[in-house]
Design a protein around this ligand. Structure first.
Ligand SMILES: *Cc1c(COP(=O)(O)O)cnc(C)c1O
Length: 330
């Protein structure tokens, strides 16, 4: 029996519904035309705080004891988890501290500060930020809520799988952005419990894909973190990973890896064809289709995991992708 099951997902759904939106699932005419099977976008870019991370963070806050609530929580985050945890903590009247590395874009840092959390910018990698968060947990008695390797966080992300199963019971394949694997584990375990035939594929950038390399090695391995357009997919899975490595290994059908140009092209596609402004991590499922790495077996659901891109950066990416005149994907 896995560490988290659909039962925990159902409990989580009830615990987070006051704060978390049920997001829309929309047919993409242009991607359906491209694939010749129906393709849907699950729009977590329209979730409150701009990403699915609010699901897991809200469920983790709901799971605190009253003593833990009183002392507060701490985390390390590439941005979206920190932002979501700050939002969920503020809504529950819990103090939050967020440790971030210098790679995190300034728009995300500002958004977290604006939610009232204490922000610590430390080091050059997600691992450095995590080390500082662990120190604060130890020394100040704060409860550490990691971005993915935590049962309540995984159960919260699993509520997204419940929604997909309800919104599109005929779904055949789901493309899920993959970093630490909390999103992938949660969505897959819920979906496959309800719809056993569904295939779930994990999608990452080729640069620094920690889970992909760990799956290949058969155990969690360290991977050097490098800058990528999919900044929310950066960081390791933890050499002492407790839950997400095993869950991902159990549920994953395929790993799909992408180069940076294809991520930019997918952001351009989202902008021109779907009228969506999304971050690189949120675009990888679209990129997997556009690079023809997915079988034409539908319906296909793409989890558009987040929209928190710096607007100036987005504009640069779009202009460059247009200028380079990579083939139009309409
Ligand atoms: C965190 C994040 C992911 C990856 O989630 P994991 O649980 O770490 O695999 C994907 N997309 C966005 C927008 C994220 O913020």
């Amino acid at each position: 029996m896995p560490a988290v099951t659909v039962r925990e997902a159902l409990i989580a759904r009830d615990r987070i519904k006051h704060l978390v939106r049920e997001t829309r699932m929309e047919l993409s005419p242009s991607l359906s035309d491209f694939m010749k099977v129906p393709v849907y976008l699950k729009l977590e870019c329209h979730q409150a705080t701009g990403s699915f991370k609010l699901r897991g963070a809200t469920n983790a806050i709901a799971g605190l004891t009253s003593q833990q609530r009183a002392l507060g929580v701490v985390t390390a985050s590439t941005g979206n988890h920190g932002r979501a945890l700050s939002y969920a903590a503020a809504a529950a009247g819990v103090r939050a501290t967020v440790c971030l590395s210098r790679l995190v874009p300034s728009n995300k840092v500002a958004a977290i500060r604006a939610l009232g959390a204490a922000v610590q910018v430390v080091g050059n990698s997600q691992d450095d930020a995590q080390f500082e968060a662990a120190r604060l947990a130890q020394e100040e008695g704060l409860t550490f809520i990691p971005p993915f390797d935590h049962q309540d966080v995984i159960a919260g992300q699993a509520t997204l799988g419940l929604e997909i199963a309800e919104q599109l019971p005929s779904v055949s394949q789901v493309l899920i952005p993959l970093s630490g694997g909390g999103l992938f584990s949660g969505v897959s375990l819920a979906l496959k419990a309800l719809l056993p035939q569904v295939k779930t594929h994990g999608v990452s950038m080729r640069l620094g894909a920690a889970m992909a390399q760990s799956l290949e090695a058969g155990k969690p391995v360290n991977v050097e973190e490098v800058a990528t357009l999919a900044d929310s997919l950066g960081g390791g899975i933890g050499l002492r990973n407790q839950y997400t490595f095993e869950l991902t290994r159990r549920f994953i059908d395929r790993v799909i890896l992408l180069n940076e140009d294809s991520i930019a092209d997918a952001m351009l596609h989202a902008y021109l064809e779907e009228r969506l402004v999304i971050e690189g991590a949120g675009a990888v499922g679209i990129a997997a289709l556009l690079t023809r790495q997915v079988e034409a077996q539908g319906p296909i659901v793409i989890v558009v995991s987040g929209g928190n891109v710096d607007m100036a950066q987005h504009q640069r990416i779009i202009l460059e992708a247009v200028r380079d005149r990579r083939p139009a994907r309409a």
